[in-house]
Write a protein that binds this ligand. Structure first.
Ligand code: NAD
Length: 347
């Protein structure tokens, strides 16, 4: 494990097993330099335990960077539960997971990620207070998607400003891949400002409903990334930017909320080589974790969320400016800023 690239000086990697419920979980804590580690819990049917550990490390390192870029008093961590989210869940499994979180005495806060529901977290909450993203309770912040969408929308405008000198949306065209919780809200905001918006989703009903509501133009899922537009906005899956797709892009900017858009870090360099401005995903989609951080603070405050969101967009603008002046890809600059913020806090 120490030799894996994503080990990256993790402070701790905790392995849990509960005989009674069958829980097999890993909680990885990359860094607590900026505050308690925070990051969601993913339930996935991994092929083996190595894959499970690798995923936990990669995601936990990513949360450190995301939280640092959002200037939150939070470090980075993530948990993974090995199992099929459709068939292996039980209330007791999540209570056992809650006890695992509790055993770390607040060094790690969990929340929802792929495979988990708010109800699963409610069971974990019975055993530990270190659970965020709840839908009930005094400090509950509810669904973070609207804040994520607002951040991504402002990020798209910041990218347009950096690339073209104007963030005016009238007369611009944007292709939005995925119109779920985040994507649909981005589309509404863009349409309100007069942009031409193309949309695609494997859920046909979601596309037709949103097209009727907003006047966005439906296109096929296989063509959305390759439309001739100003901005491509990925809001569905990770890994959509690979050598094949990058070669076929017909846009000047890629800016969307999907996590892990780059299939590999070098893909960010390929985008830069094609002079396509890339908004690093873990910066532009930081609105959701800002919302969760407000809940962790114990006192959800909308003004604080707004303040953090606007400073996140300032950081994104810095990334664009430095990328231009230093002639280096945006994802490299963002990684560097995140690492230096964490290192400064460590010192
Ligand atoms: P969601 O599940 O509500 O929406 C995702 C949408 O993508 C769904 O409608 C799905 O049908 C569609 N989709 C899946 N495969 C597709 C494909 N091949 N082509 C087109 N559409 C496809 O999820 P969400 O909460 O809207 O999140 C979207 C992305 O943003 C995810 O990558 C997520 O990890 C990331 N993200 C979300 C938040 C948040 O606050 N929800 C925060 C940070 C990052």
């Amino acid at each position: 494990m120490f030799d894996l690239p994503s080990f990256d000086a993790h402070e701790g990697v905790h392995v849990f097993h509960d005989d009674k419920t069958g829980l097999r979980a890993v909680i990885a804590i990359h860094s607590t330099a900026l505050g308690p580690a925070a990051g969601g819990c993913r339930m996935w049917d991994y092929v083996d335990s190595q894959a499970m550990v690798r995923d936990a490390l990669r995601l936990s390192q990513g949360m450190s960077y995301k939280n640092a870029m959002a200037d939150l008093p939070l470090g980075g961590g993530k948990s993974v539960i090995w199992g099929n989210a459709k068939t292996d869940k039980s209330p007791d499994l999540f209570r056992a997971f809650g006890r695992a979180v509790e055993s770390l005495s607040g060094n790690y806060w969990t929340a929802e990620d792929v495979g988990l529901t708010p109800q699963d977290l409610e069971y974990a909450r019975e055993e530990t207070r270190y659970v965020a993203g709840l839908t009930s309770g005094a400090a509950a912040s509810g669904d973070p998607s609207p804040v994520t969408a607002e951040g991504a929308y402002r990020g798209i405008r910041a990218a347009l400003l950096a690339d073209t000198g104007s963030d005016e949306l009238e007369g611009r065209s944007i292709a939005v891949q995925g119109v779920g919780h985040v994507g649909a809200n981005i589309v509404r905001k863009l349409r309100r400002e007069g942009a031409t918006v193309y949309i695609a989703d494997i859920a046909a009903d979601a596309v037709s409903d949103l097209a009727n509501e907003t006047g966005a133009i439906p296109v096929g899922v296989d063509e959305i990334l390759f439309r001739e537009v100003d901005v491509v906005s990925p809001n569905a899956l990770g890994g959509v930017l690979n050598s094949d797709t990058i070669a076929k892009l017909n846009c000047r900017i890629v800016a969307g909320a999907a996590n892990n858009q780059l299939f590999a870090p070098e893909m960010g360099d390929e985008l830069a080589a094609r002079s396509i401005l890339y908004a690093p995903d873990y910066v532009i989609n930081g609105g959701g974790i800002i919302n969760v951080a407000a809940e962790i603070s114990g006192n959800y405050d909308e003004d604080w969320v707004e303040c953090k969101l606007s400073s996140l967009i300032d950081t994104l603008r810095d990334v664009f400016e430095r990328s231009k002046s230093e002639g280096r890809a945006t994802h490299r600059i963002a990684d560097e800023i995140a690492r230096s913020r964490i290192a400064a806090a460590r010192r």
